[in-house]
Ligand binder design. Structure first.
Ligand code: PLP
Length: 626
């Protein structure tokens, strides 16, 4: 638990059971749980292969409840005279079953949907049957987008178009007149306040979206002239996702509410303030303002939102608006976990053992002999000196090899000895109270590359794109001390496909502690908190496609219930994505094979075996099999 900081990022949804396996709970601290290792073993028995994306739908319910409970509490504590409503931004995870679950669980909280494109608008329209699920449209909108909204409004849907650019407003006014409908309108204001971290540019004067204050004045005048000012009832701002510092949120709220109050004073009949997304997730459990963490809780966030808005409205003497937040990350991040197998704990299993050289050093080169001496004599007192000498000797060995004075065997022995010496130093360092500074990061030099059966670009693209930290840990043997410090490499042929930053005991670490995998042992690692943005941002680098996905719900009697299995892409599907056709490839190979059979390069049996193999490969999973 401590090694991976699980209790701090797990939000009480993940724990370790007595068997040493990671468990998932439907809601914080619930007595119901699913043992991840047991679940994976059961799925493999059902012939579902790793990597497997596990989606725990009940967790979505828990997160929606937590946010709404926090706002309910804040509204009651602050005697806030209006209401709160969550709008789920579909872009964070558009999966049909996710939106379905969110709208279903969300009924109790009158949840709405936020969309930012035509496809997302159609998704939202397909879930709502009228005013039951209100919709907010952000993003750039063309004529077809606006027309669709206007016709849907005529049908009785509750849709608000948020104006992001002035030219949009002109289009909306013209189309509304043509169709003869009063649209519900909002404006997005470009605040001077900025968020923090990677998404800070979503706010501030240079932000891509929103109207400047002067443009808002123009919009008001335009609507007044067109006798449509009563259509404008929502003010929106969004200063970025994953805002790590609560004071940035407060500044945005103060500025945004001032804009609201001034607009009210100008006679705009605003009913809603939509504070956008930004409610962050504590990915590393450090509760800091580092960008993979946040320095506030959901309760503190809700309290600040309600308090700041009320404070300014009371001071200015305008009525308090209904509050909307578009929290996406905070709703979906926790609900999915990718589990996959570690392919080997490399160096350990296959590296030849040169133990015999310790007894007979006569044939070894003098440089290598010196390494043997260090290995035999090293102790607490000679630690630093031996460390320096080892580094120097290994360099010397490489130079001698390059000059042709060291043979391959001796170079391999030098490499092996260096590793053994470092292991010895490490075991001494672990017992020391006062560790010399240069040895403090010593474990790093023992870091091994472990290959895991996944594509970082498909399953956790933000790890590559923006260095985002996701909690990663083994899901079994957690009652045993791990023996290996590893980096995790994926199976793409891209050296960027390696993770070298992990969530550890003291925040961020440069290695993941893993257990030595025994021969024929199945050993799995889990990638946690990957439900927000990753599924849709993932790409098909090296044509590794979608992973198998399994929707799991908690069941009192049986522990868990498998609701849906969505097969990952097969090889032919990945190929189709880039315009190749499986049958054409087969035909091409068959023609070549016929020629080879005719010229007796290959037997008929081998030729048909090859065709069978290709046939099987085309329908197989894109990830590693046996
Ligand atoms: N609303 C808008 C306008 C956004 O651009 C975003 C994402 O950046 C969100 C909501 C969702 O933000 P988050 O996932 O941080 O809650």
């Amino acid at each position: 638990d401590k090694l991976y900081n699980l209790s701090n990022w797990g939000a009480d949804l993940f724990s370790i059971n007595r068997k040493g396996n990671v468990c998932v709970h439907p809601s914080p601290n619930s007595k119901y749980s699913i043992d991840l290792r047991v679940l994976i073993d059961d799925l493999i028995k059902r012939k579902i292969k790793p990597p497997i994306l596990l989606r725990f739908m009940d967790i979505l319910e828990g997160r929606i409840s937590a946010i709404n409970r926090a706002f309910k509490g804040a509204i009651s504590d602050n005697e806030y005279p209006a209401q709160y409503r969550t709008f789920y931004p579909i872009k964070v995870n558009q999966q049909r079953q996710v939106v379905e679950a969110i709208t279903e669980f969300g009924k109790r909280y009158n949840i709405g949907l936020e969309v930012g494109s035509k496809p997302e608008l159609l998704i939202a329209i397909s879930f709502a049957t009228g005013k039951d699920i209100p919709i907010i449209c952000n993003g750039y909108k063309d004529k077809a987008f606006i027309e669709t909204v206007l016709y849907a409004t005529r049908l009785g849907y509750d849709i608000t178009i948020v104006v992001e650019k002035l030219f949009e407003l002109e289009k909306i006014i013209a189309l509304a007149r043509e169709i003869g409908i009063s649209p519900k309108l909002g404006v997005r204001v470009k605040l001077s306040s900025k968020g923090t971290g990677k998404w800070a540019t979503s706010g501030g004067d240079g932000a891509k979206f929103g109207l400047r204050i002067s443009e808002i004045m123009t919009a008001i005048e335009l609507l007044r002239e067109e006798h449509m000012l009563e259509c404008l009832n929502l003010l929106h701002f969004h200063i970025g996702s994953q805002i790590t510092k609560i004071d940035k949120i407060k500044s945005a709220l103060i500025e945004g509410t001032r804009v609201y109050a001034e607009m009210c004073k100008l006679g705009v009949n605003l009913e809603y303030v939509d504070i956008g997304g930004g409610l962050g997730v504590d990915y590393d459990g450090s509760k800091s303002s580092y960008f993979s963490s946040v320095n506030y809780s959901v309760e503190e966030y809700a309290n600040d939102v309600v308090y700041q808005i009320k404070n300014i409205c009371d001071e200015v003497g305008v009525s308090c608006p209904n509050i909307i937040s578009e929290s996406g990350r905070a709703i979906v991040a926790h609900y999915s976990v990718l589990v996959t197998n570690v392919l080997d704990t490399s160096a350990q299993s296959l590296t030849p053992d040169f133990e015999e050289v310790l007894d007979s050093t006569e044939t070894l080169a003098p440089t290598v002999k010196k390494l043997v001496d260090i290995y035999k004599s090293i102790d607490r007192h000679s630690l630093r000196e031996d460390y320096h000498d080892t580094l120097q000797l290994i360099q010397e060995a490489v130079s001698l090899f390059n000059l042709g004075y060291l043979n391959l065997h001796d170079r391999a022995v030098a490499e092996w000895l260096c590793f053994k010496i470092f292991q010895k130093i490490n075991s001494i360092v672990e017992r020391l109270k006062l560790v010399p500074e240069e040895l403090q990061n010593f474990q790093l030099s023992l870091r091994q590359t472990c290959f895991a059966n996944f594509s970082l670009f498909q399953s956790i693209p933000d790890s590559w794109a923006i260095d985002q930290l996701f909690p990663i840990m083994p899901i079994q043997r957690l009652q045993q001390k791990p023996e290996i410090n590893a980096s995790i490499a994926d199976i793409t042929c891209d050296s960027d496909g390696e993770i070298t930053s992990f969530v550890g005991e003291n925040g961020r670490t440069k290695f993941l502690p893993l257990h030595r995998v025994k021969k024929n042992e199945d050993y799995f690692i889990g990638f946690f908190l990957i439900g927000a943005y990753q599924e849709i941002l993932g790409d098909m680098h090296n044509l590794f496609g979608d992973t198998n996905a399994v929707h799991v719900t908690f069941n009192r009697k049986t522990g868990y219930k498998i609701d849906t299995v969505i097969s990952g892409d097969a090889v032919w599907e990945s190929l189709k994505y880039v315009q190749y056709k499986g049958p054409e490839i087969l035909k091409h190979v068959r023609d070549t094979l016929e020629k080879s059979v005719a010229s007796r390069k290959i037997s008929i049996e081998q030729s048909s075996h090859f065709i069978e193999l290709l046939d099987r490969t085309l329908v197989s999973y894109t990830y590693m099999g046996e």
